[in-house]
Design a protein around this ligand. Structure first.
Ligand code: ARG
Length: 471
């Protein structure tokens, strides 16, 4: 028998065993919401006093007691006991032990169902903002790198086969836009959490004359939730945050896959900094991109966190069900993992060495000017399908003689088809091939400059949003 008295003790003649107490407890997971819980309780007590539900003296005692508990938890002096089940009861029990009856009045017109919803929403808002900030930091790094590498050409791939040359800046900026959408998803998750559930009082509302708007204002919520049953059973905001983390991780995982590939001897496009690499215990020559691999691997867990929560919620009737206690562990894990992964990837990008010579050499292989050569023939009046055929034959010829398109002479072009003039040489020049792709969103340097401006202004706009949250 667990000896701690339960807050619902009146109705019971026996309590769950210690084993069951531990099984039913969420304290090890939800104790990280201690600051949110205390903040919420102080706001609730102040509202009760303002409405005359409790006295100002009681509210003062509650606030003083909670402030003391706040300091103790912050300073690591608070003793958490598993028998308290969750952070809400741990704090309330301690408060009541210390200040007596006033502590017992705190729970008037409130239930743990709305309390857990409140704490999770406050926590989700803070974390969504922190995640958004981390995406912004990485976006800044990518813009800086893209500016540095505007002149550097690399092979672009489809099907993992060389396709057309691109600027390294352009390739990097593709990740900028992914992360920019991730910021947007974080913002959406923030806004989904920004609704104040306290005062739902288990499920049906309360008979006390509460002022929910006052609590919302004090806690910085932009609105009061509309339906007490929805407020205590809605976990969409955690799904939204979990999804935002999942997509971010999928993006980082794709980036990591490329960094791993690029740092192989076969590619050699980048050299990962030693500080982001590990060695082998047996092979002295090894330098492994462990942190990129691990980020790719951790993505699996974050995907699992989201699927886990979706599965918990599926089929739950209204309103609160204890199943919902399983909502936090996965989302917390997803938040922690994604925050760390963003920092790791930012560091990998800003510290890696870019081997521009290897990239350029790679861009010269693979007949990547073939499309341009076909376009050149179209410019002479040849239908595209015929041009495709002519250039196909040229590529085959080069392959047989082990040469690149850039190694052919003007005469050799002329021999394959009379439509080729001496300017065919310019059409296969790899820098020209890139420079000509100036369509909006294309890889030509002029188009990439425009893209960079657009990226910088979205970065400014998103930064302004995050900054606006700080008061
Ligand atoms: N520990 C619970 C959770 O995380 C708090 C709400 C419990 N409410 C209840 N009536 N058992 O969901």
């Amino acid at each position: 028998m667990a000896e701690a008295k339960k807050p619902w003790g009146g109705r019971f003649e026996a309590s769950p065993s210690e084993f069951l107490d531990a099984y039913g407890a969420s304290l090890p997971v939800d104790k990280r919401m201690w600051a949110e819980d205390i903040k919420g309780s102080i706001a609730h007590a102040r509202m009760l006093a303002k409405q005359g539900v409790i006295t100002a003296t009681d509210a003062d005692a509650i606030e003083a007691g909670l402030s003391e508990i706040f300091r103790e938890i912050r300073d690591g002096e608070f003793e958490f006991r598993i028998a308290d089940e969750d952070i809400h009861m741990a704090i309330e029990r301690t408060l009541t032990e210390r200040i007596g009856q006033a502590g017992g009045r705190l729970h008037t017109a409130r239930s743990r169902n709305d309390q857990v919803a409140l704490d999770a929403r406050l926590y989700a808002k803070t974390q969504a903002a922190a995640l958004a900030r981390a995406t912004l930091a990485m976006r800044t790094t990518i813009i800086d790198l893209a500016r540095q590498h505007l002149g550097h050409v690399m092979p672009g791939y489809t099907h993992m086969q060389k396709a057309q040359p691109v600027l390294f800046s352009h390739h990097l900026l593709a990740y900028y836009w992914m992360l920019s959408r991730d910021t947007t998803r974080m913002r959406h998750a923030y806004e989904a959490a920004d609704s104040m559930p306290l005062g739902s009082a288990a499920l049906a509302g309360t008979t006390f004359p509460i002022d929910r708007q006052y609590v919302a204002d004090r806690l910085g919520f932009s609105e009061v939730s509309a339906n007490s049953m929805d407020s205590v059973s809605d976990r969409d905001f955690l799904l939204d945050l979990g999804y935002a983390c999942t997509v971010t991780m999928v993006h980082l995982s794709r980036l990591c896959e490329e960094l791993i590939l690029w740092s192989t001897e076969e590619f050699g496009f980048i050299t990962m900094d030693d500080t982001y690499s590990t060695g082998s215990s047996i092979m002295p020559q090894k330098k492994n991109p462990d942190f990129a691999e691990l980020t790719r691997g951790k993505t699996g867990r974050v995907v699992g966190d989201l699927v886990g929560l979706l599965t918990v919620l599926k089929g739950l009737p209204l309103a609160y069900n204890k199943d919902m206690q399983e909502d936090k562990e996965g989302v917390f894990d997803a938040i922690d993992t994604t925050l760390d992964a963003l920092v790791v990837c930012d560091g990998m990008l800003s510290s890696m060495r870019v081997n521009t010579g290897r990239m350029l050499a790679g861009a010269r292989g693979g007949f990547m000017a073939a499309t341009d050569l076909a376009d050149y023939l179209v410019g002479t009046g040849m239908p595209f399908r015929d041009a495709h055929e002519v250039v196909g034959r040229l590529v085959l010829e080069c392959e047989k003689t082990n040469r690149t398109l850039q190694e052919l002479s003007a005469e050799e072009f002329g021999q394959v088809d009379a439509a080729f003039g001496p300017d065919a040489l310019g059409a296969v020049d790899i820098q020209n091939v890139v420079a000509k792709r100036v369509s909006e969103g294309g890889t030509g340097a002029d188009a990439v400059m425009v893209q960079l401006d657009r990226a910088a202004s979205t970065l400014d706009a998103d930064s302004a949003w995050v900054e606006s949250l700080r008061d």
